[in-house]
Write a protein that binds this ligand. Sequence first.
Ligand code: DI6
Ligand code: FE
Length: 398
Amino acid sequence: MLVDRIWTKARLLPCTGAGAVDDALVASLDGRIVYAGSIADAPAGLDALDVHDCEGRWITPGLIDCHTHLVHGGDRAHEFELRLAGASYEDIARAGGGIVSTVAATRAATEAELVAQALPRLDALLAEGVTTIEIKSGYGLDLANECKQLRAARELGVQRAVNIVPTLLGAHALPPEARSADAYIDLVCDAIIPLVAAAGLATAVDAFCEGIGFTPKQVARVFTAAGLHGLRVKLHADQLSNLEGAALAAHFGALSADHLEHTSAEGVAAMAKAGTVAVLLPGAYYFMRETKMPPIDALRAAGVPLAIATDCNPGTSPLTSLLATMNMAATLFRLTVDECLMGVTANAARALGRDDIGSVAPGQQCDLAIWDIQRPAELVYRLGFNPLHARIVKGVPA
Ligand code: DI6
Ligand code: FE
């Protein structure tokens, strides 16, 4: 059988649930994996014009950052200084800073400017083996500007070899011109969701369920509208307080509930029942100097899949390293190495509703990361060191 490319003499961490394979080979044809396993078991006659000798390096699935706010105008370095001087995130938000200041900068930027500002952040992630990134809107907060942000996200996938998964986060914050939160939710449900769905600009709808965000009732309206327009849902849930966001997300069959620092036992049980993925965001926990950990043991015991992501955003997680995020998940949240690696591959794919990426197995899209390491734990263990050797997207070295 003649295929497009073969990577051979590798060690393979397939992230399928099966164990690592020594003396491994991966073959791709038309952007898909056609064989992944031991060299000895490969089909006889498997050949390609392009054969890469991996010299014992490790192959993992390309990494997936399943929760980011990568596209936005400006930064909030000054707000960081204010927080260092003692102001709280909520103080700053109530005083008109916080999310709303990023909204002003995002509205003022053109689509091309948003792309240009996001590219260095994107490149930092790609340099560490990321092949898929979820990108949320949520700094436009009106129809034109939410669409501008989502189009900028899509354009990033044209300018770089990466899969972009766009999410509409219309219900992120109250825009300054809104008459009331309910009036803004009307706009999200009646105008923004239908038009974004019709234009194919997003595959899921997210919301910020929080005292400084939207109430569970308002989120329920947003999720109902999303369902009517064929979009999946996910939720910023229980980050700063427990509004039973995890249970709400699960009730709507959410792909994921994210953050979860204050999630209750009922919330965990509801997620387990609904198959909702827990997306842990240790970067936000770190930058906010939180002390309340998500209920990791309970999530584990209930069998809720754990994903981890950067939450890259200008306010609470200005983080563009998924390797550092894995280290934080291990050090701060005590995830095992295996949980960290599944959290940025197979479980991250699941949090995005994708069954075609996140593992190295026949039929999967051929997105790979090849690493100069002796054992997978090295990807979690170091901080500020990048052992990426090569990144492959849809079967092509990127
Ligand atoms: N939770 C977060 O951590 C980010 N958004 C959200 O809903 C923060 C976004 C920001 O501060 O700009
Ligand atoms: Fe977020």
